[in-house]
Design a protein around this ligand. Sequence first.
Ligand code: ZN
Length: 348
Amino acid sequence: MNCKKIARTLFAAVIVSTLFSMQALADYAVYSSGGDLPAGPGTATGSPGVIYAPGVVPGSSSGQTYNVVTVGNQTTVTSEAETQAQPAAEAQAQPETAAAAVPETQPAAEAEAAPAAEAAQEQTAQGGFQYVDGDPNRVMSNGRVIDLTKPMVALTYDDGPQTNAGNRILDVFARYGQRATFFMVGDRVPSRAAEVQRMVAEGHEVANHTYSHTYLNKVDAATIQSQVAKCNDIIQQTCGVRPTIMRLPGGNKNSTVLQNVNMPIILWNIDTQDWKTRNAQSTINAVIGHVSNGDIVLMHELYDATAQATETIVPTLVEQGFQLVTVSEMAALRGVNLSPNTVYYSFK
Ligand SMILES: [Zn+2]
């Protein structure tokens, strides 16, 4: 199985309604930047557990669109022309009689498109997520379709970037089309810029773990603020994305910390203890069979054993029907508006 091809297909599988305006298509085109759509009608092999959905994918700059339908592990991609042209042709085939009968009426396609476009805008406004085909249980998020009826888990990796284990972890997420969150230490970022840029390119969340892994409960208010701000600055300078969430080193907090962090504080409710055991099977055992919808799992990017565990955890969770999402994504999908100076352990 060509895993890279699967990953590219997932990134490309951006689903929109056929009735969206051209502006909407332009908005969504950004999602296709992560991969290549087929040049023409054809098939692509999907991956079990990777979520595709019937719909239309905005195509290349030519404006061509595709239908993507998955049955089992086989994804079929057809051009819009093949499946959509027929109704249009029929509509045009009888223009004179239709026009004569209802001269004041808009063409049927336009009449239907207008309310649908309005509905789509309303749906987009709710949490910023776009329903797929008007289905309130399926939304576009971070370049792929999320099924709100299936469980979501946020796997998080602290203390990076650390290129060896980090790239191995990223390889796994890319292979299965899933997303993770990386809480990074600011002063470790500049020397691993390529890895951090890869995180962003592949849809992961880059997040703040202070500038120098300082236990913020041991320092004064000004130091807390500078540790947080400097980490945000260096990550933004490196990859272009400013973190919107942070995690306290050691989870250590007090009232001064809570008053001065000024970002949503994300802790965890599943602790793998991977830093202590440095044992892949132990980390796997802490996750598999123990996670459920809305959990936040704590791991660390520093260890080969954690990368090795990830190579089992991700495919196993996917097989069990979990969708691996970023922390911010999970909060938004579950309707939680993250607030600064507030601690979150899970989104159950
Ligand atoms: Zn840490």
